[in-house]
Design a protein around this ligand. Structure first.
Ligand SMILES: C[S@@+](CC[C@H](N)C(=O)[O-])C[C@H]1O[C@@H](n2cnc3c(N)ncnc32)[C@H](O)[C@@H]1O
Length: 380
C-alpha cells in the first residue's frame, strides 16, 4: 500500500490515508500514570506557563488531560496541539478551543513551525513537556522511506527545551528494531526510563513509553543504550503502574526558559507577518460585524492593506493552502479554501463572436466564532 502511494506521486493522499490507518489513542489512565512519573516539586509557586505539546494529537484528549493535570497542581499550563486529520482536529476544536492557552493547529507536523522570537534569533526549544505518540508506520521523508516513530522523535526533540521532558510512546519491537533508535534517544536525552504499558494493555498492544530529560548538550551514551537494549530483550522493563514514584524532575530552569510561542504551518510566515496579518483579519471582521445588520453572513468584497504584507495573490494562495486554518484568538476559527468558477468571456474577432470559457480558482475565507456562527464567509 505504501508502495502504491509512493508510485501515485500524490503524497497528500498517502499521508491522509496514513493518518487514517494509524489511530492508536492512549487511554487517559495511562496519560495520568505517565504524568505521575514527572516530579513537579521544584515548580511550586512558579507562575510561568508550563508549555506542553502533542503534535500528533488525535482528538486532543491526551494533551487536554495533561493540561488539567498541571492545572490541578496549581500551575499554569499552556497546551500546543496539532493534528493532521481534519475530523479529529475539528472534534478537538469543538471541545477545547475555548480554553485559555490551548493553541490548536491542523497541519502535517513536518510543516509545522513552532518558535519564539528571542532578540534577533528565533528559538525553537520552547516546549517543557512533549507528548509524542506518533503513528506506527512508515512515512516518506526527503525521498526516503523511514519509520514514523523515529522521524517524530527527532523532530519533537528539536522543540523540547533543554532539561524539558519527552514522553514517547511506541511499540516495544520498534524501540529495539529501528536501527540505532535507542542510541539516538540516549544521544539527546538523559535520565531515560522505559516502562511497559500496564499489563492488560501491554499484552494487547505491546506499547512502551520512554521518558527522558533533554540534555543541554548532545552526547553519545552507548553504554546506557546497550544496557536498555538488553533489558528490553530480556524483559526486565517495569510496568508503568508498578508504582507511582516520579523518575524525572521538571526543572524550573526548563520551564522559565520556555516562552509562549506561535505555532503555524508555513515557513514563509514569520511571527511578525503572522500576528500582523491575523490581527488585521480579526479587526476587519469585527468592524464589519459591528456595522452589519445581518451578523451571521457577510462577504468581504474589497480589502484594504495586504493581510501579511504581501500581495493579494500571495495572501490568497496562503489562505487557499490553509496557512491560517485553525489559528485562533478570541476563539475564532479561520478556514481558507477555494471554489472553482467558470468565467465566460465574449470577444469579437472581426465579425465573428468568440466565446471563451475559463476555469478559475477563487480563494475563500470563512471565519467562525466559538458558538458556530459564521461571521465572514466569502471570496477574496
Ligand atoms: C497514535 S495517534 C496518537 C493520538 C494521541 N496523541 C494519543 O496520544 O493517543 C497518532 C496521530 O497522529 C496523526 N498523524 C499522522 N501523521 C501525522 C502528521 N504527519 N502530522 C500530524 N499528525 C499526524 C494521526 O492522524 C493520529 O491521530
Amino acid at each position: 500500500m505504501i508502495e502504491n502511494m509512493r508510485m501515485s506521486g500524490d503524497w497528500q493522499v498517502g499521508k491522509g490515508a496514513i493518518a487514517d490507518l494509524c489511530y492508536c489513542p492512549t487511554e487517559l489512565k495511562i496519560v495520568n500514570l505517565e504524568m505521575s512519573k514527572i516530579d513537579f516539586s521544584e515548580l511550586e509557586g512558579n507562575e510561568n506557563l508550563i508549555t506542553m505539546a502533542d503534535f500528533s494529537g488525535g482528538d486532543g484528549l491526551q494533551i487536554h488531560r495533561m493540561y488539567e493535570y498541571v492545572k490541578a497542581k496549581g500551575l499554569n499550563p499552556a497546551a500546543y496541539y496539532n493534528e493532521m486529520h481534519t475530523t479529529r482536529f475539528n472534534t478537538a476544536m469543538e471541545r477545547y478551543s475555548h480554553l485559555d492557552n490551548f493553541n490548536m493547529v491542523n497541519t502535517d507536523f513536518f510543516f509545522l513551525k513552532c518558535r519564539h522570537k528571542n532578540g534577533n534569533a528565533y528559538k525553537k526549544e520552547n516546549i517543557a513537556i512533549i507528548r509524542n505518540n506518533p503513528p506506527y508506520t512508515f512515512i516518506e521523508q526527503h525521498g526516503q522511506t523511514v519509520r514514523a516513530e523515529e522521524a517524530f522523535f527527532l523532530e519533537n526533540s528539536l522543540l523540547n527545551a533543554s532539561e524539558g521532558v519527552h514522553i514517547f510512546e511506541l511499540p516495544i519491537h520498534q524501540l529495539t528494531g529501528i536501527e540505532n533508535l535507542l542510541k539516538k534517544i540516549l544521544y539527546r536525552y538523559e535520565a531515560v526510563h522505559i516502562f511497559k504499558f500496564p499489563k492488560k494493555d501491554f499484552l494487547r498492544y505491546k506499547q512502551v513509553v520512554v521518558i527522558g530529560v533533554r540534555k543541554k548538550t548532545n552526547s553519545a551514551d552507548l553504554e546506557k543504550a546497550e544496557i536498555l537494549r538488553n533489558r528490553l530483550i530480556n524483559d526486565q522493563i517495569p510496568y508503568l503502574d508498578d508504582d507511582d514514584k516520579p523518575v524525572v524532575k521538571l526543572s524550573s530552569r526548563a520551564v522559565n526558559s520556555c516562552k509562549p510561542i506561535n505555532v503555524y504551518r508555513d515557513g514563509r510566515v514569520n511571527d511578525v507577518t503572522l500576528s500582523n496579518g491575523y490581527n488585521q483579519v480579526i479587526s476587519s471582521v469585527w468592524d464589519k460585524v459591528s456595522k452589519s445588520t445581518n451578523k451571521h453572513l457577510m462577504t468581504i468584497k474589497e480589502r484594504g492593506k495586504p493581510i501579511i504584507e504581501k500581495l493579494i495573490g500571495n495572501q490568497a494562495m496562503e489562505l487557499n493552502a490553509g496557512a491560517f486554518n485553525g489559528i485562533q484568538g478570541n476563539s475564532v476559527l479561520i478556514k481558507g479554501g477555494y471554489e472553482k468558477e467558470i468565467v465566460v468571456t465574449e470577444e469579437m474577432e472581426g465579425t465573428t463572436k468568440v466565446t471563451t470559457r475559463t476555469e478559475v480558482i477563487k480563494p475563500t475565507i470563512a471565519v467562525t466564532n466559538k458558538v458556530g456562527d459564521i461571521l465572514v464567509k466569502g471570496q477574496l
